[in-house]
Ligand binder design. Structure first.
Ligand code: ADP
Ligand code: MG
Ligand code: ZN
Length: 479
């Protein structure tokens, strides 16, 4: 069987973080009582006129700049005509031939290799309502989402992405950029960020593109990866069997982990695009672009490079922390307060991450503040508590939100500095284990010393310093 290479183009939709909807004053917010955030404009009543939301345009320009795009100065809106019950106007206002951003790129890293993924366009449109199909034959429509500002980002043709891993990395990077610049909350589970991969395969070494299918309804990174993998496999099997791939839209069944045929793809001409007569072209000036460029926050790539050089973190740690803006913010605050970036990063990436994950809590709602975590790191570094105690302490901090100093005081968790107290514990352990002592003293089985150290540490409830314990045991064995 010849080897096939996946070819993947990504179409991603991001709902924009604005106060109001794209062309009316209705609130732009997820959820809510169905059909309560609607007005004649977003309900598509005859004669209602759209008013452009400038903040949404700003967000798209900001995204286009962050994605290294050229800005189309005379961008405009067009009508994309089609009928569907979640689209009351019978058309969607979108951008057809003059999208706000064109010819951009972002870099991804897969297996330590950096690869540039080119982006064809970034445009602004409006979201549709939502349909709910309930058991039986009934369907309901909720138009709260109708008219929510939606940005579409499409990768370049011919595609650069050639594996499910690269597609996933692209989506993760895109999400990171969008959330860093504050244009989208990136919540895939709420549909704020949605992605439709276009997938085809070709024999390795050939350059002609195969027929593609488009996968819909993928709402997690994992689903994107698995959906593409499934589709590549399915297409390879069909090709091997001498069958043709049908160009179509396929859905994703997450429970069965398979794609299934939904509908054959409409051609562009069926949408009958024409310029939106109720809106003027945009006329994006140099000043407008400059204003947005000046307010651009630090982007993920440069922030990653900075935290590596400024805090001496490894590329691995930096890549982990940079994935979420709130996470890297939390890290920087903790590192500044604690004065020990590496140890702060370790605790954030291991114990804190585990606790947050188990509790299903995002870092921005962490019951442990950066100040408290920094205080804990300092308690470890100045020898007040052992690393072992800190493992218990952080759990306590997580459940109570109490400052670590107070907990340590209250629980009596300070390291035992009093060598007399440790000596007493050592003597007791030695007296309790005569067989071990004779193994060490008579047979020279030094490896058995570890057992004694362990017993003393246990007797001290983890509060003795293992170095002190070792030293005192050595003294007693000789003495
Ligand atoms: P459509 O109009 O069907 O949505 P587009 O031309 O907008 O298709 O392309 C959508 C995405 O699919 C783009 O990223 C494009 O580069 C990519 N693409 C186009 N042809 C193929 C193909 N044969 N295989 C994989 N991806 C493709
Ligand atoms: Mg498409
Ligand atoms: Zn409205």
């Amino acid at each position: 069987m010849p080897e096939y290479e996946p070819v993947v183009g990504m179409e991603c939709h991001a709902e924009l973080l604005t106060n109001s909807k794209m062309f009316c004053g209705c609130k732009n917010e997820f959820g809510g009582e169905p059909n309560t955030r609607c007005c004649p404009i977003c309900l598509g009543m005859p004669g209602a006129l759209p008013v452009m939301n400038r903040e949404a345009v700003n967000h798209v320009i900001r995204t286009a700049l962050a994605l290294n795009c050229e800005i189309t100065r005379d961008a405009k809106f067009d009508r994309k005509n089609y009928f569907y019950p979640d689209l009351p106007k019978g058309y969607q206002i979108s951008e057809y031939d003059k999208p706000i951003g064109v010819k951009g790129w972002l870099d991804i890293e897969v297996d330590g290799q950096v690869k540039r993924i080119h982006i064809r366009r970034v445009h602004l449109e409006e979201d549709t309502g939502k349909l709910f199909h309930v058991a039986g034959d009934e369907s309901f429509v909720d138009l709260n989402r109708s008219g929510v500002p939606l940005m579409e980002i499409v990768t370049e043709f011919p595609p650069d992405i050639h594996s499910a891993d690269e597609a996933r990395a692209y989506l993760m990077k895109l999400r990171t950029i969008l959330t860093f610049i504050g244009v989208c909350d990136g919540k895939m589970e709420e549909g704020s960020l949605r992605c439709e991969p276009n997938v085809s395969i070709r024999e390795i070494g050939t350059h002609i593109l195969g027929t593609k299918t488009e996968i819909k309804n993928l709402n997690s990174f994992r689903a994107v990866q698995k959906g593409i993998e499934f589709e590549v496999e399915r297409q390879a099997e069909l090709t091997e069997a001498g069958e043709k791939i049908v160009q179509e839209t396929r859905g994703w069944n997450d429970a069965k982990q398979i794609t299934f045929s939904q509908r054959s793809k409409e051609g562009e001409q069926e949408y009958r695009y024409f310029p939106e007569p109720d809106l003027l072209p945009l006329e994006i000036s140099d000043d407008w672009i400059e204003q947005i460029r000046l307010n651009m926050p630090e982007l993920p790539d440069s922030r990653k490079a900075r935290i590596i050089s400024e805090y001496g973190l490894s590329a691995y740690d930096a890549a982990y922390l940079i994935e979420e803006k709130e996470l890297v913010d939390f890290f920087e605050e903790t590192a500044k307060l604690s004065g020990d970036a590496k140890l702060s990063a370790n605790w954030i990436m291991s114990d804190l991450a585990r606790l947050l994950n188990t509790d299903n809590t995002p870092i921005q709602n962490s019951p442990i503040s950066p100040a408290h975590l920094a205080e804990m790191v300092k308690l470890i570094n100045d020898g007040t508590i052992s690393g072992k105690i800190a493992k218990t302490l952080i759990e306590e901090m997580f459940t109570t939100s109490i400052a670590p100093g107070l907990i340590v005081e209250d629980k009596g968790w300070k390291t035992i500095k009093d060598t007399g107290a440790i000596e007493a514990l050592v003597e007791k352990v030695m007296a309790d284990n005569p067989a071990i002592i004779s193994d060490i003293k008579e047979k020279g089985l030094m490896q058995k010393k570890g057992f004694l150290v362990g017993q003393v540490m246990k007797a001290s409830q983890g509060k003795a310093d293992p170095q002190d314990v070792n030293r005192i045991i050595d003294e007693k064995l000789i003495g």
